[in-house]
Design a binder for this molecule. Structure first.
Ligand SMILES: [Zn+2]
Ligand SMILES: [Zn+2]
Length: 335
């Protein structure tokens, strides 16, 4: 069997496959790229050929314009693509709409690149699919034992309880535009919140894109105060950057909330002036990361980005050799 590092190797532009001559989630423009999902740090414009799921390609087109790549090729989940003897398959990663793990097979060696992933149910995308592999290349955004995300239903209940307690105030929830916004909307709908949800203009395009792919978000409206509405009692969604800005201050005595895995760290919430932290993450927490590695029990683990050391140490204790790739250019979470 060939060595894993001759099938995939870290380069400044990203993870490169020499026999197939392509990169996975390159951070610089390259000739051929396979893209795991649409978050801006993984999906960049300017590549020659881009292979990804149809929703990921649509997300890239929505963000960068139709000419974001020289050529695109959509792959269905489970559909195999062969490049010079290297077989590439995309399987669900459970992270956001269209998100995929990249399964790379060559001469009897199977390597799986998770991209960003989570193991929890998400009403907006199919669940993570475990694939038996020789090498599992994982993210580790929340790769510390302190990161344990509570059930998302509990966090949504916290939000609804606050709305019930302060009916005269508006609740402005910071959400990343891709994935978090639509998941929070779906979770609110599942919890029985059927009122129109005002959304900041920066979320409109991706909300519409999700609906185009069959994700029902229920009634949404523009979060504009132009016609005198103050959105008292409403749950307003906005990109995190809009929290605590004059835009958000126009609403009725707003309660600032923020839905992110980072809200586990109280200092972070305080620092951002978040009154109501909601621990809702689209990344695997410590338990999900370790349970996934235990379940796959790969011959080797590579860690792309995030808190690499603790997870590498944990793998070592399980007798699984682990290697931190220290890939640069990927953000902590979201945009
Ligand atoms: Zn992501
Ligand atoms: Zn990422």
């Amino acid at each position: 069997m060939i060595k894993p590092q001759s099938l995939l190797c870290p380069k400044p532009a990203g993870l490169y496959c020499p026999p197939g001559d392509f990169y996975i989630d390159p951070v610089r423009p390259v000739e051929r790229a396979v893209i795991t999902h649409g978050h801006a740090d993984h999906a960049r414009a300017g590549h020659g050929v881009v292979v990804a799921t149809a929703p990921t390609l649509a997300i890239m087109a929505a963000r960068y314009g139709e000419g974001f790549a020289g050529k695109v090729q959509a792959l269905e989940y489970g559909e195999a693509l062969n490049r010079d003897g290297v077989e590439i398959t995309l399987v669900p990663a459970g992270h956001v709409l269209g998100s995929a793990q990249v399964v790379v097979r060559f001469k009897g060696l199977t390597m799986v690149v998770s991209g960003d992933y989570k193991r929890r149910r998400d009403p907006t995308c199919p669940p993570f699919e475990p694939v038996v592999c020789d090498v599992f290349v994982t993210e580790a955004t929340f790769g510390l034992p302190v990161f344990r995300h509570p059930p998302d239903t509990e966090e949504i209940a916290k939000l609804l309880a606050s709305v019930a307690q302060f009916p005269a105030r508006s609740h402005v929830v910071g959400v990343y535009a891709l994935g978090k916004a639509q998941r929070v909307i779906c979770l609110l709908r599942e919890a029985g919140w059927d009122r129109p949800i005002p959304a900041h203009g920066a979320l409109e395009r991706l909300n519409a894109l999700y609906e185009g792919f069959g994700i029902d978000l229920g009634p949404l409206e523009a979060a504009t105060t132009d016609c005198g509405a103050d959105f008292a009692g409403a749950i307003v969604l906005a990109p995190p950057s809009a929290l605590a800005t004059p835009w958000a201050r126009r609403f009725a005595d707003p309660v600032d909330a923020f839905a992110s895995g980072w809200m586990r760290i109280r200092a972070r919430a305080r620092q951002r002036g978040v009154e109501l932290p909601l621990i809702i993450s689209d990344h695997a927490d410590w338990d999900e990361l370790t349970a996934t590695i235990a379940e796959l029990h790969p011959g080797e683990v590579w860690i792309t980005h995030g808190r690499e050391d603790a997870l590498a140490r944990w793998c070592g204790l399980q007798g699984i050799p682990a290697r931190a790739l220290d890939l640069v250019g990927y953000e902590d979470e979201g945009e």
